[in-house]
Design a binder for this molecule. Structure first.
Ligand SMILES: NC(=O)c1ccc[n+]([C@@H]2O[C@H](COP(=O)([O-])OP(=O)(O)OC[C@H]3O[C@@H](n4cnc5c(N)ncnc54)[C@H](O)[C@@H]3O)[C@@H](O)[C@H]2O)c1
Length: 333
């Protein structure tokens, strides 16, 4: 039996594929390569020494899903495939609702049809919006501030309803801010579209591909005026998926977990840490806030610790060192 990983060629999906393989699972990847490169597949094959099965197609296409479930013995699903830019979702909301929710509905229907017992869904801390109290727990109010965030919250609701009406168990993982790369430097963040996140942009400045970093928002009510996030190593996240597949959550049919480190770091603090780890000064300039960005967010991860036995283990310096190791080895990415 195998685990279907949609979006398995992408950033978090590729690291999770390797972690699943290391945990002894067979993996089938479904990816349309809209934001990933085939290089990631070669790198995963050389890391795992396995002939990973890769299907190219849209995770929202029922015919593609029919072929995938018909052609492979799949007993669990991890659903990463989605469009993920907050800014793009504001300019193309219908495209985001169609793509991100279409794939959730088609995939859940196919999985339930084929008797799949567990589906793990990539959700996001963005569902909390500007939290009224920090750290956020899974019971904090959910008020997404962008169509992207709405697709994550709606995706959770769709899966919770579908699970309640079937034998499927749905586990929603709300990631905070993934950073870092596999320690080998073979896989990492390698999007085909321009990255909107802080750390990939810092790496582009360090590599000389950008003159400076724009720091979006210097007037937030935080220690230094810049936005606060909970950065979490992508390898820790990958291990969180293995735990989410392995841990029994019965008697509930669906459960939500925060995956973060539990502490927040400002943009300027990340910049200072990056300058130290990379051994180079990162030029930056203060810029206006970006629409859809929130002031501060960090997680309470007690539930994941208590119920999944999962805890983030890697610190910010390691996240930055590993991210840089990959970026340095892949100047084309
Ligand atoms: N990276 C983050 O900061 C972050 C934070 C919270 C949640 N998430 C969620 O985690 C998931 C993975 O994020 P990521 O950073 O690895 O993104 P990514 O873009 O690197 O990976 C997504 C992968 O899915 C593929 N894909 C997109 N739409 C598809 C479709 N319809 N059918 C098949 N494949 C498709 C892309 O080609 C890509 O390989 C996404 O659902 C994202 O919303 C990401």
């Amino acid at each position: 039996m195998a685990t279907l990983v949609t979006g398995g060629a992408g950033y978090i999906g590729s690291h999770t594929t390797v972690a699943l393989h290391d945990a002894g699972r067979d993996v089938v990847i479904l990816d349309d390569f809209s934001n990933a490169s085939r290089r990631a597949i070669d790198a995963m094959r050389s890391l795992t020494r396995a002939d990973l099965v890769v299907v190219e197609g849209d995770a929202g296409d029922p015919d593609v899903l029919d072929a995938v479930f018909g052609g492979h013995r799949i007993d669990s699903v991890v659903h990463f495939a989605a469009r993920k830019s907050v800014a793009e979702s504001i300019s193309d909301p219908l495209g985001y609702y169609r793509s991100n929710l279409g794939s959730v509905i088609s995939l859940a229907a196919a999985a339930i049809d084929r008797g799949v017992r567990r589906l793990v869904f990539s959700s996001s801390a963005t569902v909390y919006g500007s939290a009224s109290a920090l750290p956020v727990t899974e019971d904090s109010p959910t008020v997404p501030e962008s169509p992207y965030g709405e697709t994550k919250l709606m995706g959770e609701r769709i899966l919770a309803d579908a699970a309640a009406a079937s034998d499927l168990t749905a586990v929603m993982l709300r990631y905070f801010n993934p950073v870092g790369a596999h320690p080998s430097g073979l896989i990492g963040e390698d999007p085909s579209t321009e990255p909107a996140n802080l750390v990939p942009r810092i790496m582009q400045v360090a590599a000389g591909r950008r003159d400076r970093l724009d720091v979006f928002g210097a007037d937030y009510s935080t220690v230094d005026g810049t936005a606060v996030r909970d950065y979490v190593h992508v390898m820790d996240l990958a291990e969180g998926h293995v735990a989410a597949l392995d841990t029994e959550t019965a008697p509930v049919s669906s459960r939500v977990y925060n995956l973060g480190t539990g502490s927040g770091t400002t943009v300027l603090q990340v910049l200072a840490a990056a300058s130290e780890v990379l051994g180079t000064r990162i030029p930056y300039e203060m810029a206006d806030r970006r629409p859809g960005d929130i002031e501060a967010s960090w997680a309470d991860c007690t539930r994941a610790r208590d119920e999944l036995g999962w805890q983030a283990r890697r610190v910010l310096a390691q996240m930055l060192a590993d991210h840089w190791n990959f970026a340095r080895k892949h100047p084309e990415s």
